[in-house]
Design a protein around this ligand. Structure first.
Ligand code: GCU
Length: 327
């Protein structure tokens, strides 16, 4: 007797062919970002990657390239626009250079507090903004909380007057530059990865960010006073190339969006815990001093900015109004 009958060998060939087709159809998406693997945003995106694989039975997977291995945030978004890269995590501030609508996130004190911020990013204005850049070659899948941003330097920034004559590193974005102008400092746009050395060598005197910059990016080694004026709450944004998005099946799109939405909720808790840890580490292990400051003078100095962004287009004016209404 032959080991296999004709029928069973046909069957076997079909199974083999099926599994080959199956694996040929499995998609692996590449995602680039500029934080390390110990950063809460990386952990939340890893959670999303695991979840999407689970939801699709391994048909759709995401491979994350941290620490700017595939380029700076700007370079990564440029690659996403051409479809050479599938996904990137960037920041709403940098996205303004790609789609001016993102300027609304850069308006100082536009969010009353963390609750208001979450209402906006999970509500109608947040969703509209994520879809807005479709004709620029990418759309947003979700935001990630990036906390409140404050100034840090080797001197206290108690009032805007303390910024006079200081070179302040900002994200490469027109609004970030304008904010420093209004506060009386001198803005120096730099990619995040260059900031540690710039602070260490005195290329810049100050920077502004959330507390993870002090610990995860070790800026607390070279800047010892964190002055909590909390001028902005600018979210990180996970974007996907429209070429990639449009090539996914409706089921894959659904799974990916679900995993992204769930990772935003996962991140909300993680962020609160990790930011507490970052503050403790910065204080106790790096001797960083946290200074409470009166926010009013900062708010006053940057007030003209709200009208400037509202004046950019009817869309930004409407969005800013919707954001206010959610307060
Ligand atoms: C935050 C954000 C980064 C961004 C950085 C910056 O840390 O998570 O995406 O690059 O700010 O100030 O450049």
């Amino acid at each position: 007797m032959k080991p296999f009958s004709t029928a069973s060998s046909v069957c076997l060939s079909l199974i083999l062919a099926g599994s080959l087709i199956g694996s040929a159809e499995a998609r692996n998406l590449r995602l680039s970002h500029n934080q390390g693997e110990d950063h809460p945003v990386h952990k939340s995106m890893q959670w999303m990657a695991d979840r999407v694989s689970e939801l699709t039975g391994g048909d759709l997977t995401i491979e994350i390239y941290p620490s700017s291995q595939l380029g700076t945030q700007r370079e990564s978004v440029e690659l996403v626009q051409t479809g050479a890269l599938d996904m990137a995590k960037t920041n709403a501030s940098e996205l303004e250079a790609f789609d001016p609508i993102y300027a609304v996130f850069n308006v100082p004190y536009v969010f009353a507090d963390r609750d208001h911020f979450y209402k906006v990013i999970t509500g109608k204005p947040g969703k509209e903004i994520l879809q807005h850049s479709r004709d620029k070659g990418f759309i947003g899948l979700t935001y990630y909380d990036g906390g409140a941003r404050s100034f840090y330097a080797n001197k206290a920034i108690n009032t805007p007057a303390d910024l006079k004559g200081l070179k302040v590193r900002v994200q490469p974005s027109p609004s970030a530059i304008r904010m420093i102008e209004l506060l009386g400092g001198s803005a120096t746009p730099l990619p995040y990865g260059e900031l540690y050395t710039a602070l260490q060598q005195g290329v810049v005197d100050a920077a502004e960010n959330n507390e993870t910059a002090l610990t995860n990016s070790r800026h607390g080694e070279v800047a010892k006073i964190f002055s909590e004026d909390e001028h902005t709450r600018i979210p990180d944004v996970l974007v996907i190339s429209t070429f990639t998005w449009d090539s996914l099946t409706p089921d894959e799109q659904k799974a990916l969006q679900q995993a992204a939405d769930e990772s935003l909720a996962f991140h909300k808790d993680l962020w609160a815990k990790d930011i507490e840890k970052a503050r403790e580490t910065a204080k106790n292990e790096m001797n960083v001093e946290f200074k409470e400051v009166d926010k009013e003078p900062f708010r006053k100095a940057t007030q003209p900015f709200y009208d400037e962004v509202a004046g950019q287009s009817e869309e930004t004016a409407n969005l800013l109004k919707e954001i206010r209404d959610l307060e």
